[in-house]
Design a protein around this ligand. Structure first.
Ligand SMILES: Cc1cc2nc3c(=O)[nH]c(=O)nc-3n(C[C@H](O)[C@H](O)[C@H](O)COP(=O)(O)OP(=O)(O)OC[C@H]3O[C@@H](n4cnc5c(N)ncnc54)[C@H](O)[C@@H]3O)c2cc1C
Length: 509
């Protein structure tokens, strides 16, 4: 029965479980908790950290909690097991959408809240936390809390909660979190911490999330995608800086014809080589010039009235003196300043096929890397594993951080690729291991990157969480120190004194 639930997307080894249950309600969850020594809540098991790999617990699979109800035009309540794809298609029927969706839309509502997942569009829309209005959560002792943002805020650095065990006091951790757009690095804290925020990002260790109320956006924006092949990394970083500044100016002034971007993704030279080696560019009819050092994929938001024909006319005439200033015209002119317009490909709103082809090449990069890691594991050494980081720094330190990634890998003779969400200063440096020694050297490099990211005001754990991954757990300890981990353990002990929920996730029991 547990077969099929023993591994998550991190392919963390050794998964085993006491059993699996499929609750439908919070009360079912409370019953399961009452009869179990330890429990691991799971969603789609798309975790990249081993956080959804059972290590002897009873698996609490949320796949049957699939109710969705609209609360208002701007809010929706969804069961923990609703996938992001199902949520988006429900919302699409009434012209709404959930902006901070992670790239993998098979992930579930409970999972994305438990990891504070973020997507490409964090630049404009923030992470999951920013869109959670309320949660229903079951504590380890079976207490069901129905929390609405703003209702329960810490007083004097603690919460006092009435539970089935009586009144309990939960201390608020005292560390300072890095000030960046994405963080999935242990328990959230703030001087006036909202109890909802304590559970968001707690990776199943503090409570089982059974239902979530999200704020959503309406209408769905019209978007165009641009594939911009930059000839050097400094050029790409400078262009992203200009695009970020232009977008921020547009939001500040509400200029309807200003540049308005939701996301900029990046793929470095090695990532592009991987696409070529795998024939992905040809398969999707996408041409990336041979001298491309960094390919950017830019998601531009346009007015609701924009259609493909008008968009292509504006793009074609963008550099003419007579062209009216529109979002697209301004975008093209900015790209032209970098001498990149001739090389740039734009897919207009409504051109879904082209947009899908461009997105497919970005998604093929991690897939290509994972395939190579799996092959090396199979052919060279069974102990070879994915060796990757997920770090964020404030954008004005991004160039320095890229230098640190490259120096760290190259000084160790490693083959590597870097891609990610450049508009947030968040990328995924990945080793392409050719031996077990490469994995060991790559791990050392990643721990070094974690220290560099923290020094630059960033966070070494941006969107995937900590899970059971020992390197990520070390990065968390490097970030907050032993005292920080102890502060988290105090929260855990207060809410789950028997260490029943997801033991070993985020930190060791
Ligand atoms: C191809 C691919 C692309 C990805 N892209 C992104 C991305 O763009 N952004 C991003 O942030 N992540 C990304 N991820 C990682 C992953 O999708 C996210 O971490 C996602 O939020 C996990 O959701 P899930 O439902 O699969 O949760 P699971 O993997 O099942 O669980 C993740 C963690 O949450 C806990 N959990 C799950 N459900 C509950 C619940 N109901 N209550 C309490 N705890 C719970 C689990 O115990 C575990 O610790 C990607 C993964 C893959 C495979």
């Amino acid at each position: 029965m547990t077969e099929g639930f023993l591994e998550d997307a991190a392919h963390y080894p050794g998964g085993h479980a006491a059993g699996v249950v499929f609750p439908r309600t919070a009360s079912d969850v409370a019953d399961a908790l009452a009869g179990a020594k330890s429990v691991l809540p799971i969603g789609a098991q798309s975790s990249l950290t081993g956080g959804a790999t059972p290590m002897g617990e009873l698996i609490l699979a949320t796949g049957k909690m699939t109710d969705i109800a609209d609360r208002s035009v701007e809010t929706v309540t969804a069961g923990a097991g609703v996938t992001i794809a199902a949520l988006q298609s429900h919302l699409a029927q009434r012209g709404a959408w959930f902006p901070p969706a992670p790239t993998f839309t098979g992930a579930c509502v409970g999972g994305i809240v438990a990891t504070n997942a973020a997507g490409a569009a964090t630049f404009k829309y923030g992470s999951t936390r920013d869109w959670v209005e309320g949660i229903e959560v079951v504590l380890a002792d079976g207490t069901v809390l129905d929390l609405v943002r703003g209702d329960r805020v810490a007083v004097d650095g603690r919460f006092t909660l009435q539970t089935r065990r009586g009144a309990i006091v939960v201390p608020v951790p005292g560390y300072t979190m890095p000030d960046v757009a994405k963080r999935s690095a242990g328990y959230h804290t703030a001087s006036n911490l909202d109890l909802v925020d304590l559970f968001i990002g707690s990776e199943g260790t503090l409570g089982v999330i059974t239902r979530v109320t999200f704020n959503v956006l309406t209408p769905v924006p019209k978007t165009a995608l641009a594939l911009v092949p930059c000839t050097s990394e400094p050029q790409a970083i400078d262009l992203v800086r200009s695009l970020r500044e232009a977008s921020r100016a547009t939001w500040r002034t509400a200029d309807p014809s200003g540049i308005d971007l939701a996301a900029i993704e990046n793929m470095d030279r090695r990532s592009i080589e991987i696409l070529r080696e795998d024939g992905v560019d040809e398969r999707h009819h996408v041409t990336i010039p041979a001298d491309t050092a960094v390919a950017l994929i830019v998601q531009i938001e346009l007015s609701q009235e924009m259609n493909a024909e008008t968009a292509y006319t504006q793009i074609a005439g963008a550099l003419e003196d007579s062209a009216a200033e529109t979002t697209l015209v301004r975008f093209c002119r900015l790209i032209a300043r970098y001498d990149l317009l001739e090389r740039t490909e734009l897919s207009a709103p409504g051109d879904r096929r082209r947009a899908e082809q461009i997105i497919a090449i970005r998604e093929a990069v991690p897939a290509g890397v994972n395939q190579r890691v799996a092959l090396a594991k199979h052919r060279i050494d069974g102990r070879i594993a994915k060796t990757a980081a997920d770090m964020i720094v404030p954008f004005d330190r991004f160039g320095e951080m890229m230098d640190a990634y490259r120096r760290g890998f190259e000084s160790r003779g490693l083959d590597y690729a870097i891609w990610g969400h450049i508009s947030d200063g968040n990328v995924h440096p990945n080793v392409l291991p050719r031996s077990l020694a490469d994995v060991e050297r790559g791990t050392q490099a990643i721990l070094e990157f974690g220290r560099a990211a923290a020094r630059l005001g960033g966070c070494p754990l941006a969107e995937h969480g900590v899970g059971r991954n020992p390197v990520k757990q070390t990065l968390l300890r490097q970030l907050y120190g032993d005292a920080g981990i102890e502060a988290m353990r105090k929260v855990k002990r207060a809410l789950d004194p028997d260490w029943k929920l997801a033991p070993g996730v985020i930190f060791e029991p």
